[in-house]
Design a protein around this ligand. Sequence first.
Ligand code: FES
Ligand SMILES: [Fe+2]
Length: 451
Amino acid sequence: MASIDVRTHSPDRSPIAISNFSKERYVSSEWMATETATIWAKSWLVAGVSCDLRNPGQFITFDIGTQSVIVARGGDGHLRAMHNACTHRGTRLVTESAGTLRKFVCPYHAWVYGLDGALESVPGAARFSNGVPKSDLALRPVEVEEALGLVFVRLEPDGPSLAEFLGPLLEMVGTYWIDLMDVTNDQTVSHLCNWKAIIDNFAELYHVPFLHPIHRRMFECATAPISLFDHGHTAVYVEGGVTDSGFPTADVPSDMQAMQLKAFGLDPVDFHGRVSEIRPALQAAKRALADSQGLDYACFSDAQLTDVWQFNLFPNVILSVTPESAWLMRSRPDPGDPGKSMLDMITLVRFHGEESREASADSDDRIGTHFRLNGPRPVDYVRPVRDVFTHEDILAGRKTMTVTIDEDISLLGRVQQGMASRGFEAVWLSDEECRVQHFHDALESSMGLGN
Ligand code: FES
Ligand SMILES: [Fe+2]
């Protein structure tokens, strides 16, 4: 098991000063412009997942503010990133979020670029009196690196290496082998709050018992330990298979615990009066099941078999990992309005063994992918196309990103509305919200504001 950062501690007292901050960063266009020139230009950013770029010809696009980047695996097997702008007159070359191509062809005047960004052909090249110096007209390169099963880009190639930036997370998240997972869900919702309000929301569990009552019946949020890392990253470790200690413990398993027990062939009735024994029983049952199926779970501690480890990667990614699955959430700013943003959510699943002849079976998603072991990749598996929608689709029940995230999305528009009020000037954070403070400290530092 990877060691937990030494700054891990209970949420009762913050290890850093709670200094709070004004609302300007959520509502100001000037602040947003500074973020564009600093945070979005100089940080390592998650552009996508490695499983979308395993083979030559595969590409993804990553839009961040006004910028767009293509990442492609070349015929030579190398991964490259380049600005998504034709060097003729600037047209955005690719609009798909992912796919496979042999060349990039500009839709305007049909300039053709290779997967490495090289300009290969130009219709009517003889009519350019200044010539067509192809080597000068390649797509402009962007720094790119892979780690943790994720693809990172950085628009301005200066600052810490990716390994230095990620530090201990390389080992802690690396245990989960995200690079061996496959995408099973890909969604983007546009909604009405600043991108940092989403990050704040996923940097504290203070709100969880109130906004997400289902969690009381399956997670321990009241005492979940947290870690703060260099470069603004944070983590929280949430026990699963339990009920929240902030509320009275029942004598019988909650509905969610009962579903989890049944998923591993255990009878909830056997745990009447023994609710505290459910978590270790689930761990033992999962370990035994994994062993019986020949799955290598030796790298996971017992705690990791039931618990969810959530890592917030500075600046804008939330990664929740279990041995079976990972959720990647990414908050991106609207290109022009500080009061709007987009939330991407990609679900990844670790399939085991040879591809199955069986079609994928429906199962109860309320218990989460964590409470069943994944078999082989189903024969009908296809990488889903990104589903793009608005928060109104969620409010109207036309789309869902899970019960919990739907509840967050439904609320965050109200947070942004309230921030615009003349009656609200600055946040007032609790010690339990020190991950929010840590993120904002790093934000200010990265913007050159000092703290
Ligand atoms: S703008 Fe791309 S070929 Fe003209
Ligand atoms: Fe929430």
